[in-house]
Design a protein around this ligand. Structure first.
Ligand code: SAM
Length: 339
């Protein structure tokens, strides 16, 4: 199943809730949002049925996300339903880590293969300012638990100039100590990133320069067959890390990911303003081949290159008035469609 640019349908990001227990300033800084109506949120059986449709058409990697996926009650039960499916090669989950320590054993037992924890700062006061919640200790506990139970993990850090760009080295050292590979992410102007401006973006090149000043030689790791968004690098002592240059060097050309929201809307690009409603036909009881036709037709027509289009706008994009639109349609938010 290839799209119009020859990109295969392979990676599915499954948002299991639009709710979050943090209010990160670059993602969902407001107190309140237009939330998805509760009755629209898919039951696990419905999500599982849609997952079957995607698996039958070529998806073999799934990542659970949100919102904060660990806020979804008994998410381990969903993990268990999905992990057992034939054809699935990888099942991962991205979390802010606050509730992770309590759920890690259940997630592992349910068959989760990999875990990524988001962590932007090691300073408690900064964490509070950035997320508006005093939970850094809980995140550390979650990371320690993930390291113990899974052996290793990934740690995602959004780098913002003037906020945490002085923590690249401490975070690499922290990652080394907890067996976590750091992924530095360039700040993106997605959904609720209403405080985004080009000046606040720290580019991959800036990050590499800063790291090289401290560590010396940094060697790129060649992964030719990979469609993963991160470029990976190794320090002289073998420590590895990644950088996702989604703002200055988007990976649209190899992007094989799409997103299913908790209420069953399917988005073919993080920046897409329209999605395909899979909940309505599913609940109407249409035969599986009709759902398959919806997905294969959608993917076959896919021409999205959202991040490249944004880049082509140059600095003007900071002034795109997304705020009004966002308030009307929660699906446009990053926390609804899953980061
Ligand atoms: N709540 C979970 C978490 O914190 O990891 C999963 C959802 S969160 C939306 C997924 C990822 O998107 C996080 O790593 C977050 O840092 C990233 N993200 C959110 N807004 C972003 C932005 N404006 N630029 C870059 N990454 C962003």
């Amino acid at each position: 199943m290839n799209d119009t640019l020859g990109r295969p349908l392979r990676n599915l990001r499954l948002s299991v809730t639009d709710r979050c227990n943090l209010r990160c300033e670059y993602c969902m800084p407001e107190d309140d949002y237009v939330w998805l109506p509760r009755e629209d949120v898919l039951h696990f059986e419905e999500t599982s049925a849609l997952v079957d449709v995607f698996l039958s058409l070529g998806v073999d990697k799934i990542r659970l996300t949100g919102g904060e996926p660990l806020l979804r009650r008994d998410v381990a039960a969903l993990v268990q339903m999905i992990a057992a499916k034939p054809g699935l090669k990888d099942l991962a989950l991205t979390t802010n880590g606050v509730l992770l320590a309590d759920q890690i054993d259940a997630l592992k037992a349910a068959g989760l293969a990999r875990i990524t924890v988001s962590l932007d700062t090691l300073y408690p006061d900064r964490f509070l300012k950035l997320t508006r919640v005093d939970q850094l200790e809980a995140v550390h506990a979650g990371i320690a638990a993930a390291s113990r139970v899974f052996g290793r993990l990934k740690i995602d850090t959004v780098v913002i100039r003037g906020v945490n760009d002085d923590e690249l080295i401490p975070l690499i050292e922290y990652g080394r100590a907890v067996n976590g590979e750091i992924r530095f992410i360039e700040y993106m102007d997605v959904g609720g990133a209403s405080r985004w401006s080009p000046e606040r973006v720290v580019s991959r090149q800036d990050m590499l320069d800063a790291l090289a000043r401290h560590y010396g030689v940094i060697v790129p790791i060649d992964e030719p067959a990979s469609s993963a968004p991160a470029n990976r690098y190794a320090l002289e002592d073998g420590t590895t890390f990644g950088i996702i240059a989604s703002t200055t060097d988007p990976f649209c050309r190899t992007c094989d990911r799409s997103r299913l929201t908790a209420d069953g809307m399917w988005y073919l690009c993080l920046y897409a303003t329209r999605g395909v409603d899979l909940r309505a036909p599913l609940r109407a009881g249409v035969p599986v081949d009709e759902l398959q036709a919806l997905v294969s037709g959608g993917w076959g027509a896919r021409a999205d290159r959202g991040a490249e289009d944004r880049l082509a706008l140059g600095d003007r994009r900071a002034f795109v008035p997304v705020q009004d639109l966002l308030r009307k349609d929660p699906h446009l938010e990053m926390h609804t469609r899953g980061g």
